[in-house]
Ligand binder design. Structure first.
Ligand code: WTA
Length: 635
C-alpha cells in the first residue's frame, strides 16, 4: 500500500493504509480517540452505549466497588435482542437482510430480513416458553450451522433464558458434561448436520448424552438431514410440528432485562480440570461487540459481513450473531467448510453474495494456500474491502498470501486478538492503522495491555512475558457460572488488580503487540480451543489406559496439533492397532476435532514429586529442546 505522508516511520515490515482506505474510514484519527478513551474510560463507553437503545439508561457506567466483580451500565434496562432485532424494525433496515444462509451443497439459499428475523425469533421464543423455560433458566443448543441456531440463540435471549451453545463438532462426553453442569431443562438440536457431504448424527449424540443428564425435560429437534431418528414421546418434539401450533406465532414481547442479567454461558477449556462456563451479560456484551465491530471492521448497514467461524464458539456468538445484528449489518452463515467439494468453495460464496468484509482463522488460510492461487483466482473477489484474522497468531507468510491473493493488495487485514472471556476484540487495529504482518497492533480504545514477568514487573520492549490487561471493559466475562472462586483464581490472582490472559506476548518499540501463544494447558487446534485435561480424561476412560498426558505441538496447517502419551494397564501391550483405537476413542467421546495426531506408549510419565504430570518436559523432549528446570521432577 502507498505510504501516506502523515504516517510516522515505524520499524520492520509495515503496511500503511492507502489514501482510499483512509478516505472511506469512519474513524480517521486513531490516536485522538485512543487518547480520549485513555483519559476517560467511562466517558468513552458511555458514548458508545448511547448509540444503542435502552429501556432505561444507567445510573453509573462502571461499578468497581467489588473487584474483580465489575458491573457495567448499572441500573440500566435493556435486552440485546431489542438492539439486534427489534429496534431495526422502525428504521430503513426493516426490509434489509439480517442473515443469508447457504447450504453446504450450494443447492439451498435462505435469507431473512430484519422483519423476517423478528418473526422467526419470536416464534421460537414462544415455543421455548411453551416448554416451560423461564427467565434465568439454561437452554443447551447443540446444532449444525443452520439459520435455526441463530433463531434459537436470539429466542433464548429475547425471553431472558440463558443459552449455552455447545459446538456441533463436540461429541457425547463433552455435550453431556456441559448440559449437566448448566442444568439445562431444554436442549435444542437438529436430526443431523452435514460435514463434507457426510451426516453427523446430532440427535443420536444428544440421546446418548441426556441419558446421564437428569435436568433435561424436553428436546426440540430441527429437521435438517431427514434421516430417521429416535423421537421419545413426551420428551422430543419436532420443531416444524411445534411451528404449526397456535402458540408459535410471530409475536412475542422482548423481556426487559437488567444490563447485568446473564445473556449466555459458553464452556471453554481452562488450564486444568473440566471446561468452565464463561458468563456474559446483556448490557456490557452488547455494547462491546457493537463498538468493536463498528471501529475495527468499520461495519455499517450496507455491509455483507462474513465470519466463517461456527456459532458454537465465541467468535460465532459475538461476530456472526450479536455484533453484526446489533450493528444492523447483513451476516452470512455458511453451512459448509472451505474445501468441500473443492478448495474454491469459500470464494464462490464471496463472489455469489458480494461479501464486503471477510473474517477467518489463520489455519484456514494456511490450508487454502496449499491448494494454490488458481482456486481463488477463478472468482471475482472485488467486493471485498477488508479482511480479518482471529484465533491464533497468523504467520507473516500466510498474512501476505491472504493480503495479496484474496485482498488483491487493497484490503487491510484486521488481526484481532481476544478470547471467550473478553467477549470482544481486545487488541486489534482499525482500517487506518499501519499494519505489521503477525501483529494485532495495539489495544482497543480504553484498554491498556502490559507484558510482565513471573513477579508481575513490566518487561522491556521486545521481551517475551505474560500478557495482562489493566482496565475493565464492558464485554468482559462476569464470572465462571457457578464458581466465583475459580473466576477470581484463574484471572485475577496471579497479578492482583489486573486480568491474566493466559497468553505470552512481546511488545515492540512502536507499541505493537505480538502474541506468542498460550502459557497454560490450552491447545489451539485449527483455531479451536481445547484443553489437555479433556483429552486425557477421554483417554483414561478406555480400559487399556492407566494414565495419559496430552500436549500441543506446532503443526504447519493446524497451528497446533494434539500429541498424547499413554501408560497402559497391565495386561495390555503397545501396538499400532491399539494406538489407532485410542485415537478413535478420543474422537468418539470428545469429537473429531480432538482426535490426537499420535499416541505414544511410555513406561513412565515425567511427574513432579507431588504427582503432577510435567507436560512441559514431554513437550521439550518431543521437540528435541532442552528440558529446562527439572529440579521438581521425581527421582
Ligand atoms: C488465541 C477466540 C494470536 C490466544 C477469539 C487466546 C490469538 C485464545 C488471536 C483465545 C490472534 C485468539 N492472534 N492469538 N489474533 N486470537 N488467539 O477463547 O491464545 O477460543 O488466548 O477465543 O486464542 O481462544 P478463544
Amino acid at each position: 500500500m502507498a505510504k501516506t505522508s502523515k504516517a510516522k516511520e515505524m520499524e520492520g515490515d509495515v503496511y500503511y493504509p492507502s489514501e482510499q482506505v483512509i478516505a472511506q474510514a469512519r474513524l480517521k484519527d486513531w490516536d485522538a480517540l485512543a487518547e480520549k478513551a485513555g483519559k476517560d474510560l467511562e466517558g468513552f463507553w458511555s458514548d458508545e452505549a448511547s448509540e444503542l437503545e435502552w429501556f432505561k439508561k444507567w445510573d453509573k457506567v462502571l461499578d468497581d466497588s467489588n473487584k474483580p466483580f465489575y458491573k457495567w451500565f448499572v441500573g440500566a434496562k435493556t435486552n440485546i435482542v431489542h438492539n439486534a432485532v427489534d429496534r431495526h424494525l422502525n428504521t430503513h433496515r426493516k426490509n434489509q437482510l439480517a442473515l443469508i444462509w447457504e447450504s453446504e451443497d450450494g443447492k439451498q439459499e435462505r435469507t431473512f430480513s430484519y422483519f423476517a428475523m423478528n418473526r422467526e425469533v419470536s416464534r421460537m421464543a414462544n415455543i421455548i416458553k411453551a416448554m416451560g423455560v423461564q427467565k434465568g433458566e439454561r437452554v443447551t443448543i447443540y446444532m449444525g450451522r443452520v439459520p435455526e441456531i441463530v433463531f434459537a440463540m436470539l429466542a433464548c435471549a429475547k425471553i431472558g433464558a440463558i443459552h449455552s451453545v455447545v459446538f456441533g463438532g463436540f461429541s457425547v462426553d463433552s455435550l453431556q458434561g456441559r448440559i449437566d453442569d448448566s442444568e439445562s431443562k431444554l436442549v435444542i438440536t437438529c436430526d443431523g448436520s452435514y460435514q463434507n457431504g457426510k451426516i453427523v448424527e446430532l440427535k443420536n449424540i444428544v440421546d446418548e448424552a441426556v441419558k446421564r443428564c437428569p435436568s433435561v425435560e424436553n428436546i426440540i429437534v430441527v429437521k435438517r438431514t431427514g434421516q430417521p431418528v429416535n423421537m421419545e414421546a413426551g420428551r422430543d418434539h419436532w420443531y416444524h410440528d411445534m411451528c404449526a401450533l397456535p402458540i408459535a406465532n410471530g409475536k412475542c414481547a422482548t423481556e426487559v432485562m437488567d444490563a447485568e442479567d446473564p445473556l449466555f454461558i459458553l464452556y471453554t477449556s481452562g488450564s486444568t480440570g473440566k471446561p468452565k462456563a464463561i458468563l456474559h451479560t446483556h448490557g456490557g456484551y452488547m455494547v462491546g461487540t457493537y463498538s468493536t465491530l463498528k471501529y475495527v471492521f468499520d461495519i455499517n448497514d450496507k455491509d455483507r459481513w462474513w465470519c466463517t467461524a461456527d456459532p458454537g464458539w465465541i467468535t460465532g456468538h459475538s461476530y456472526i450473531v450479536y455484533g453484526p445484528m446489533v450493528a444492523g449489518a447483513t451476516s452470512m452463515l455458511f453451512e459448509g467448510g472451505p474445501t468441500f467439494p473443492y478448495p474454491n468453495r469459500w470464494w464462490q460464496v464471496v463472489e455469489r453474495y458480494g461479501i464486503t468484509v471477510f473474517y477467518t482463522a489463520p489455519t484456514a488460510i494456511r490450508g487454502l494456500m496449499r491448494f494454490g492461487e488458481a482456486w481463488p483466482n477463478k472468482h471475482d473477489l472485488s467486493s471485498l474491502r477488508l479482511l480479518g484474522s482471529v484465533g491464533e497468531p497468523i504467520n507473516p507468510e500466510a498474512w501476505k498470501w491472504y493480503f495479496r491473493v484474496i485482498g488483491k493488495d487493497k484490503c487491510p487485514i484486521m488481526d484481532t486478538w481476544w478470547q471467550t472471556e473478553t467477549g470482544a476484540f481486545m487488541i486489534a487495529p482499525t482500517p487506518v492503522v499501519p499494519l505489521k504482518p503477525g501483529s494485532g497492533t495495539r489495544p482497543f480504545f480504553g484498554q491498556e495491555a502490559e507484558i510482565v514477568d513471573e513477579q508481575g514487573n513490566p518487561v522491556p520492549d521486545d521481551t517475551e512475558g505474560y500478557l495482562t490487561l489493566k482496565n475493565p471493559w464492558p464485554a468482559m466475562l462476569r464470572t465462571i457460572y457457578g464458581d466465583d472462586a475459580r473466576y477470581v483464581n484463574q484471572y485475577w490472582t496471579k497479578y492482583p488488580g489486573r486480568y491474566t490472559t493466559g497468553d505470552s506476548a512481546k511488545r515492540d518499540k512502536d507499541g505493537y503487540y505480538w502474541i506468542i501463544g498460550r502459557v497454560d494447558d490450552v491447545i489451539k487446534v485449527s483455531g479451536h480451543r481445547l484443553g489437555t485435561a479433556e483429552v486425557e480424561s477421554a483417554l483414561v476412560s478406555h480400559p487399556a489406559v492407566a494414565e495419559a498426558a496430552a500436549i500441543g505441538l506446532p503443526h504447519e496447517v493446524k497451528g497446533q496439533a494434539i500429541h498424547t502419551f499413554v501408560l497402559l494397564r497391565s495386561g495390555f501391550s503397545p501396538s499400532p492397532e491399539l494406538a489407532e483405537e485410542l485415537r478413535q476413542h478420543v474422537s468418539t467421546h470428545m469429537g473429531p476435532i480432538a482426535r490426537p495426531e499420535d499416541v505414544k506408549f511410555l513406561d513412565k510419565l515425567p511427574k513432579t514429586r507431588s504427582g503432577k504430570i510435567m507436560r512441559r518436559v514431554l513437550k521439550a523432549r518431543a521437540q528435541g529442546l532442552p528440558e529446562g528446570d527439572i529440579s521438581t521432577l521425581e527421582d
